[in-house]
Design a protein around this ligand. Structure first.
Ligand SMILES: [Zn+2]
Length: 67
């Protein structure tokens, strides 16, 4: 899952200086933070967990393996 890593695009030779919106966590652009440890990880390293009726995401297989 390493496509769409960079947001900066060239279109027809135009060069964009990439100012991408707000988040410092660019990664794949789809990182979410673990509900338990707060680390931002790509979806492939997260699993959903139902917490109090909501779906939260946590590290997969668990936070200890998270680097
Ligand atoms: Zn975690």
């Amino acid at each position: 899952m390493s496509k769409d890593t960079v947001t900066a695009v060239r279109e027809g030779g135009l060069r964009y200086t990439s100012k991408v919106g707000g988040s410092p966590f660019l990664g794949s652009g789809h990182t979410r933070s673990c509900f338990k440890c707060g680390k931002h990880r790509p979806p492939s390293s997260l699993q959903s967990l139902r917490v109090l009726g909501r779906n939260e995401v946590v590290c997969k297989p668990n936070c200890k393996t998270a680097e």
